[in-house]
Design a binder for this molecule. Structure first.
Ligand code: HEM
Ligand code: 2DC
Length: 469
């Protein structure tokens, strides 16, 4: 009694009509709300076709489990066509983000060892800890200069710099100095290019980039400009390390960073290393900074919770006796807060996989090779999956509620986020240092929602007030 694929409910017959309604509803900025609406209309599974891209959408953790068990040895997600088009246009290699099949796997295995294995984690902690301390010092300076014993600001620009400084330190084994008073205009330009790149991707998810390129559309030009800016800056950073490495074979004993480790390992070509390191550098800015911004926003709304976290951190600091790696193992509520942020404000609106075998979800047959999307934003806000979903409750991740396929902010399995460990460590250390030094407040009436600019970001500036404890 398994029902056929063709009976899955949804709007998948008139793809151009759908594209038109979608555009009229300002769907480019709202796909997360449209997905929630569709699950409410059609139930826990629906089919859809917008422009050239067709998918089956699911929301339940149990269905996510079925999907990820059918992802095969070479898990493949939705191809972001504008990103591959740019590389084809400029004759650049794909990195691990855009590769597929055996080519992806062989690169990913090597990168895993240098970026996400527990073995290298310990190398990152002292580097990221120092960046966290410098951020705190910078905030004190700002507070002092304000003459009001507090600093009220839209912190996003500072967080972008914090994130870029963090990921660069890990990749290149040395500081860029982005948290000093003088900001390098090149780094500033790089940061602006990433935001522009994400934004200009959106329309091209539904209208083929090749077409937009042929008609000389502005989005395509903006997109090319932004990637050019990203690659130029990354190339310069990479060249710099490459040259140093050829001059002196590195100070003995000191951790040289991901890039130098990959170059010395000599198992990927230089071009492949460049491609993936550029992706890591670009992928490491808006993702973590916006997650931290949302976390500070939630903590500002929940002063009691802020105190609870501070108490946990104080106890962990004392018990770990200066061993930071040890300390990170003693802050479960801090980790819960980050999971809770990603539940309510995920970076990725959905996770996607092409199935590698026939499966059955919600009693519908889904043939091998179908693009299936898990609505991550919709799942995080569904009351059947998370009791009282509108409440920010980090402790829900400590209780023995089921966590089965519910914490998926970084994706799942061998194709999950490559930057996950860097991101987690960087964010945990940030919260530790900030809460040890400051109280975070916000204007009571201000409420922010998510808007889709390829990643989900706040729809308005978030103004926070930072006060010394
Ligand atoms: C992939 C989320 C930070 C680099 C992904 C995916 C998600 C994600 C959902 C897709 C995973 C899947 O399909 O299963 C996040 C979140 C972040 C974050 C929530 C921070 C809060 C970072 C950072 C970096 C990074 C800091 C770089 C240092 C990448 C790369 C991929 C990826 C390279 C592609 C991996 C592959 O295809 O093999 N990320 N990310 N991300 N992320 Fe992140
Ligand atoms: C966007 O419908 C919505 O981590 C699309 O660090 C489906 C889709 C496919 C791939 C997702 C993307 C969405 C959101 C941004 C993600 C991306 C995979 C990796 C990327 C989640 C959900 C991201 C932000 C990477 C980006 C690295 C890049 C800048 C080099």
């Amino acid at each position: 009694t398994v029902k056929p694929f063709s009976e899955i409910p949804g709007l998948w017959k008139n793809s151009l009509g759908n594209l038109y309604t979608f555009w009229k509803l300002d769907g480019f900025k709202n796909i997360h709300h449209i997905m929630v609406h569709n699950f409410n209309t059609f139930g826990p599974i629906y089919r859809e076709k917008i422009g050239y891209y067709e998918s089956v959408n699911i929301i339940n953790p149990e269905d996510a489990a079925i999907l990820f068990k059918a992802e095969g040895h070479y898990p493949k997600r939705l191809r972001v066509e504008p990103w591959t088009s740019y590389r084809d246009y400029r004759n650049r290699k794909y990195g691990v983000l855009l590769k597929d099949g055996e080519d992806w796997r062989s690169n990913r295995v090597i990168l895993n060892r240098e970026v996400i294995s527990p073995k290298v984690q310990g190398n990152f902690v002292p580097l990221l800890d120092e960046v966290g301390q410098d951020f705190v010092a910078r905030v004190y300076k700002k507070i002092e200069r304000s003459g009001q014993n507090k600093w009220t600001t839209d912190l996003s620009h500072e967080l972008f710099k914090y994130a870029l400084e963090s990921v660069s330190t890990v990749l290149y084994g040395e500081r860029l100095g982005l948290l000093l008073d003088y900001i390098d205009p090149e780094a500033q330009h790089f940061i602006e290019c990433i935001t522009k790149m994400f934004k200009s991707t959106c329309p091209m998810l539904y209208i083929p980039p090749a077409l937009l390129r042929r008609v000389g559309a502005k989005v395509w030009k903006d997109h090319v400009d932004s990637w050019d800016g990203i690659f130029n800056h990354a190339d310069r950073c990479i060249q710099n390390i490459y040259r140093q490495l050829r001059k002196e074979s590195g100070a003995q004993g000191k951790y040289p960073g991901v890039l130098a480790s990959l170059l010395m390992l000599d198992r990927l070509s230089i071009e492949e290393i460049k491609a993936s390191v550029t992706e890591l550098m670009a992928g490491g800015v808006d993702t973590t900074s916006i997650t931290l911004l949302w976390t500070l926003y939630e903590l500002a709304r929940h002063p009691d919770l802020q105190e609870e976290l501070r108490a946990e951190i104080t106890a962990a600091r004392a018990a770990s006796e200066g061993d930071t790696v040890q300390m990170l193992k003693m802050v479960p509520l801090v980790k819960g807060a980050l999971k809770e942020t990603l539940r309510l404000h995920p970076v990725a609106v959905s996770l996607q996989r092409y199935t590698s075998e026939d499966i059955v979800i919600q009693n519908y047959h889904i043939p091998s090779g179908t693009l299936v999307q898990l609505g991550l934003y919709a799942m995080g806000r569904d009351h059947r999956i998370f009791p009282r979903p509108e409440q920010y409750l980090p402790s829900r991740w400590l209780r023995n509620e089921s966590h089965y396929f519910r914490s998926l902010g970084f994706g799942f399995g061998p194709r999950q986020c490559l930057g996950r460990r860097i991101a987690e460590t960087e964010m945990q250390l940030f919260l530790i240092h900030m809460l040890e030094n400051f109280r975070i407040e916000k204007e009571r009436k201000m409420e922010a929602r998510s808007k889709f600019e390829l990643i989900l970001i706040p729809d308005k500036p978030i103004m926070l007030t930072i006060k010394p404890l």
